[in-house]
Write a protein that binds this ligand. Structure first.
Ligand code: ATP
Length: 773
């Protein structure tokens, strides 16, 4: 296959069974699936309905009967092989909330049959590694989530910290400081996934008791080093992204509020961006793809229209009350089928970690050999030019040899100790030696013994390090290779057999149909009238099809209107929040402070947020003038001590003192007490906010209550504060007066009054409520 041939992303559909709740509610199934030859068809709609059912065709469709294993085999197994070849691969689950995305991607650990795509990919990767005898592998794992447009590291001790996405021209998008763990086997990788899963943002909604509130991405990086036809080692790096997207949800169905609503807004916005990217990629007229509009699309940039082999698993529910959402998911999935990627093998990348590991292992082996030969590894390595000596030593992992070496070292260490003990005993028993001489000889002996032991310990440490590094680099075994080969052949034969059976069944069906048709034909065309009926019937069918298409167009328009309404709701929600914040800023934060913050703020693309420019460093205030000494004095001294000394007082406290005049670094004041009249606008804003709060608890509260409420707040303040702010009583009086005036006005006049005060455009007319709060 050509390396850069473009190919469409593969789209498969999975429909879950009716849930217990749906069955209890009496919901009906509206989804039918048919697998035909190499395609799968889906019909959505009920038989008795006026409108004909909607029909879609995909690469593969799976109904509720499909198990986790078969789904993996038929949708994702192939991509593991591709990743091993050095391609990047992405498997992502997309669909409405509660349709089984997490069930598909993660599943359950027990029983084994319930394991999801992710665990099965891990298993497949390590099995493939086992079957590759002549290659070396390094496997790493990382796990992140995008929660409310913030990237979080699910494997970090602080998973709530925000991470930043960057882009490199050669390797594309990457997340800075994302942790990654080297895994030696399936169990280790599964443990990494379990750790991340515990940190994922989950929550209960009306549609799903354990709903993912974030998009999560598990990345498995597989580096493989193999001897190429040129006789040199080549490294391939494949990355497999396993993505569990958060589900789209309609506010009207989930009844979400507060935190859940905020999450839902962000989820829907990022999924809308995903749909826009799909739209742009499949629209031949579109020249711009809005990847940068959301963190999700930025992260999936390579998987959608990039250099990755991608599988999209679209999850749907079968119940009638979700028909609109099901059709919507199928429409986007159907469009995604036309996205073209150009997968390519990542060969010999500069930043391959496996290369670093191999070099380090070679160096350690060389050092070990040199120590054994009695050479100083540092000197010899440098003299021979490092890498050259590394190339000379055994390249292959040889566990047996290392074990022998370890055992030999233990014995040698014991021998050194034994020999030294014997020698020590001999010297101590020596009669012809003076005590001092004995001591000297014993010290020398101890020194020699320590040096020898040190050298052996160093070798032991080297072996330990070497073993640790070699353990991380994986190599397959011959036995496994054979077993895998046989298993593969068996599977292949089974598949061919199944295909043959299916083909035979299809041929028999076709023959039966042709016979039936012939019979019908002979019957129908008995006379001309029957022929006319036949043609009319055909015409009616065409007419029905035409009407079906018309209905489809109408429904698409309705869907579009619904989506638009949803967007309006979202905009309204955001607008309301913005108005509240603007009102708070306008009424309670001084103009110059707002200006200062505005002037110093700038939009940070990486953080997707506003950040303040770093403040200019305060000019260090110069210290006060250094006090000078009086004429004839060595140092500055106080008047009193001068007189005391003059009178002959020898008290040490009248010695010269170190007097320094240091100004205290007092904080600058940024607030001021409000001196003027309270404006209508301020009192109206207070009343409005208090009114809003009260309205949430009771239907309506008389304005006197609000005034009493504000009275009580003021009375609760400490006396000292009251004394410091004599104007507050006056302000309150004015607010009371305003409120009572408003109360006397009819309802619509009040509204106009409030609006008028809001519409005031002359800033001079709006005294700020500085120091009010
Ligand atoms: N194919 C299936 N067979 C049996 N049960 C399923 C299947 N798919 C989903 N379920 C069940 O449906 C429920 C919702 O599934 P899941 O949490 O995976 O949905 P989701 O699409 O990830 O939802 P969200 O987007 O809210 O995270 C779970 O209880 C799950 O066990």
């Amino acid at each position: 296959m050509s390396k850069n041939k473009s190919e469409c992303i593969q789209v498969v559909i999975r429909c879950r069974p009716l849930s217990k709740k749906e069955r209890e509610n009496g919901n009906e199934k509206v989804v039918q699936m048919y697998s035909r030859e190499d395609k799968g068809e889906i019909m959505v709609g009920r038989e008795g309905d006026e409108e004909p059912p909607k029909q879609f065709t995909f690469d593969k469709v799976f109904d509720e009967a499909i198990g986790q294993e078969q789904l993996f085999e038929e949708s994702s197994r192939a991509i593991v092989g591709n990743v091993l070849e050095g391609y990047n691969g992405t498997i992502f689950a997309y669909g409405q909330t509660g349709t089984g995305k997490t069930h598909t991607m993660e599943g359950e650990q027990k029983p084994k049959e319930m394991r999801g795509v992710m665990s099965r990919c891990f298993e497949a990767v390590f099995n493939c590694i086992d079957a590759h005898k002549d290659a070396q592998f390094l496997v790493r794992a990382s796990y992140l989530e995008i929660y409310k447009e913030n990237i979080r590291d699910l494997l970090s001790p602080n998973p709530k910290n925000k991470l930043i996405m960057h882009e490199k021209p050669d390797s594309g998008v990457y997340v800075k400081d994302l942790s990654s763990f080297i895994c030696k086997n399936y169990q280790e990788m599964q443990a990494v996934q379990n750790t991340g899963r515990k940190n994922k943002s989950m929550g209960e909604t009306k549609m799903n008791a354990r709903s993912s509130r974030s998009h999560s991405v598990f990345t498995l990086t597989l580096e493989c080093s193999e001897l190429g036809p040129d006789g040199k080692d080549h490294i391939r790096v494949g990355k497999l992204n396993m993505v569990d997207l958060a589900g789209s949800e309609r506010q009207s169905k989930t009844d979400a509020s507060g935190q859940r609503l905020e999450e839902a807004i962000k989820i829907n916005l990022s999924l809308t961006c995903l749909c826009q990217v799909i739209s742009a990629l499949t629209d031949t007229k579109s020249s711009y793809v809005p990847y940068r509009d959301s963190q999700l699309t930025r992260l999936l940039q390579d998987s959608l229209g990039g250099n990755t082999k991608t599988v999209m698993i679209a999850n749907i529910g079968p119940a009638d009350y979700n028909t609109d959402e099901t059709i919507n998911t199928l429409r986007w999935a159907s469009r995604a089928k036309n996205i073209k990627n150009k997968p390519r093998i990542n060969e010999d990348p500069k930043d391959a970690m496996l290369r670093e590991f191999q070099d380090e292992i070679h160096k350690l082996r060389a050092q070990l050999e040199m120590i054994q030969d009695g050479k100083d590894p540092g000197v010899t390595m440098a003299a021979l030019g490092g890498q050259q000596i590394v190339e000379k030593v055994i390249k292959k992992k040889d566990e047996k040899k290392l074990k022998e070496l370890e055992e030999k070292l233990i014995i040698e260490k014991e021998q050194i100790k034994k020999k030294a003990d014997e020698e020590r005993q001999r010297i101590e028993q020596e009669m012809n030696m003076a005590d001092d001489e004995k001591k000297q000889v014993l010290d020398k002996l101890r020194q020699q013994e320590e040096e020898k032991e040190k050298s052996k310990t160093k070798q032991q440490e080297l072996i330990k390090k070497l073993k640790k590094m070699e353990e991380k680099v994986l190599v397959g075994s011959e036995v496994m290779k054979e077993a895998k080969k046989q298993e593969k052949e068996l599977k292949h034969t089974r598949k061919i057999l199944e295909k043959e059976n299916k083909r035979r069944e299809r041929l028999e069906d076709k023959k039966q149909m042709a016979d039936d048709e012939l019979l019908k034909f002979n019957k129908k065309f008995g006379n001309l009238q029957e022929e006319l009926d036949y043609v009319t019937g055909k015409l009616q069918k065409v007419w029905q099809k035409y009407q079906g298409v018309q209905n489809e167009i109408q429904e698409q328009q309705e869907e579009f209107l619904r989506d638009r309404q949803d967007m309006y709701d979202t905009i309204f929600e955001l607008d309301t929040q913005l108005k509240l914040k603007t009102s708070i800023i306008e009424n309670f934060i001084p103009d110059d402070e707002v200006k200062k913050v505005t002037d110093n703020s700038k939009w940070n693309e990486e953080l997707n947020d506003w950040v303040l420019k770093p403040p200019k460093r305060f000019q260090k205030k110069k210290g006060g003038n250094r006090p000078v000494s009086a004429v004839g004095m060595k140092r500055p001294t106080s008047e009193y001590s001068r007189i005391a000394k003059g009178l002959g007082d020898v008290n040490p406290r009248f010695k010269f003192e170190n007097i320094l005049d240091l100004d205290l670094d007092m904080p600058e004041r940024t607030t001021e007490d409000y001196q003027g009249q309270v404006s209508e606008r301020v009192s109206t804003a207070i009343n409005m906010i208090l009114n809003q709060n009260e309205e949430e608890q009771t239907a309506s509260v008389p304005i006197e209550n609000l005034i009493n409420f504000s009275d009580s707040i003021l009375q609760e303040k400490p006396v000292t504060e009251k004394a410091a702010r004599p104007k507050s009583a006056k302000r309150l009086k004015s607010a009371k007066k305003k409120a009572s005036t408003l109360q006397q006005l009819p309802d619509d006049t009040q509204e106009t009054e409030t609006k008028a005060s809001h519409d005031t455009t002359n800033p001079e007319d709006i005294p700020r409520a500085k120091g009010l709060m």
